[in-house]
Ligand binder design. Structure first.
Ligand code: A3P
Length: 336
């Protein structure tokens, strides 16, 4: 067509600006997409541009998550697994990962978001995606219904998707801390936890409602488990090695018996662990360029544990969230 990228971008920016907006668990207001989800203006525009422009290849792998659900971790595991031949993880515990890309680049630079990094206003001068070698690794926070049409409007799906979900209460507390960090930067009052819970229960979190997001990918997984992998953060914490093996099989690169004997799986788990990743130079000093500015890589690491919600939510708040989750997930028989 005759439409240039900047014209297309501007058209969607105008459209999103006309959508209803409200306060959310964020440092800026959230817009409501036609498909019923919320997020800030720039990533919503990016998601719509990606829908119009992205041409999926069957070999592509997309990491899909809600923010603060283990995105950084699954990106690390996927990258380390897919590129283990060129970039072997160190197999001696504690030894330096000589020349591993993680030393110099954060996981979000190695596996980029459609809506924050690839389909930005300045995309015209960024990487030409057509020139990337297979398998291309991408990521997104966008709900399944609003993924690029070249991914979801085809049968079978246009590429593979790796989804990770997290306990809603831990996701909420992680998002609350993240939002308040940026509110402080912007000179805004921190949101009290009571407000955070209200906004969360109303679905007013980035890319929320939480439950719709999880259910969208859960149903996609049930429809086509070979194309949509469904992981849980808590299960990954319980048995990371089993998840790395499943991930490798899912992307068509299962571990050989030599690799199993050589400890490659444990080496990947160790390399991508919270303790190790949070101490990397690329984490401590590095920044990732996003559409709205540079983000310190350290912002993606806080505590990295299961159950931190108990330090912040009252029993009453937890019960309220659990009741919503039970009602929404029981009807859809999401495995508990
Ligand atoms: P907490 O705020 O609960 O500590 P995302 O990567 O989707 O933004 O999610 C960030 C959450 O994942 C944060 O949770 C962060 O600490 C945790 N995290 C980051 N890297 C991790 C890793 N390698 N292993 C486990 N958790 C990790």
């Amino acid at each position: 067509s005759e439409t240039t990228y900047p014209e297309l971008y501007q058209r969607f920016a105008n459209l999103v600006s006309s959508f209803p907006s409200s306060e959310g668990l964020s440092n800026t207001k959230l817009y409501r997409h036609d498909h019923g989800w919320y997020c800030r203006l720039v990533p919503m525009v990016g998601a719509m541009v990606a829908d119009a422009c992205f041409a999926a290849r069957p070999s592509d792998i997309i990491v899909a998550t809600l923010p603060k659900s283990g995105t950084t971790w699954i990106k690390s595991l996927l990258y380390a697994t897919v590129h283990r031949r060129q970039h072997p993880p160190p197999t001696t515990v504690g030894s330096a990962a000589v020349d591993h890309p993680f030393n110099t680049s954060g996981p979000h630079e190695l596996v980029k978001f459609f809506e924050f990094q690839l389909y930005t206003k300045e995309k015209a001068i960024s990487t030409n995606l057509d020139e990337l070698p297979d398998p291309r690794l991408f990521s997104t926070h966008v709900p399944f219904v609003s993924l690029p049409r070249s991914v979801v409007a085809t049968k079978p799906l246009g590429c593979k998707i790796v989804y990770v979900c997290r306990d809603p209460k831990d996701h909420l507390i992680s998002q609350w801390n993240f939002a308040n960090r940026f509110r402080a930067r912007d000179g805004l009052e921190p949101l009290p936890v009571e407000t955070a819970v209200e906004l969360f229960c109303d679905g007013l979190t980035p890319f929320g409602p939480y439950w719709d997001h999880v259910l969208g990918y859960w149903h996609a997984h049930l429809m086509d488990p070979d194309k949509v992998l469904f992981f849980r953060y808590e299960e990954m914490q319980r048995d990371p090695a089993a998840h790395v093996r499943k991930l490798a099989e899912f992307v068509g690169l299962p571990f050989s018996s030599e690799e199993e004997d050589g400890g490659t799986v444990d080496a990947i788990v160790e390399l991508c662990s919270f303790e190790r990743m949070s101490r990397m130079d690329a984490t401590k000093g590095g920044r990732t360029k996003l559409a709205e500015g540079l983000l310190p890589n350290s912002a993606y690491f806080r505590r990295g544990v299961v159950g931190d919600w108990a330090n912040h939510l009252s029993a009453e708040m937890a019960r309220r969230i659990d009741a919503i989750t039970e009602a929404k997930f029981k009807a859809a028989s999401v495995r508990a």
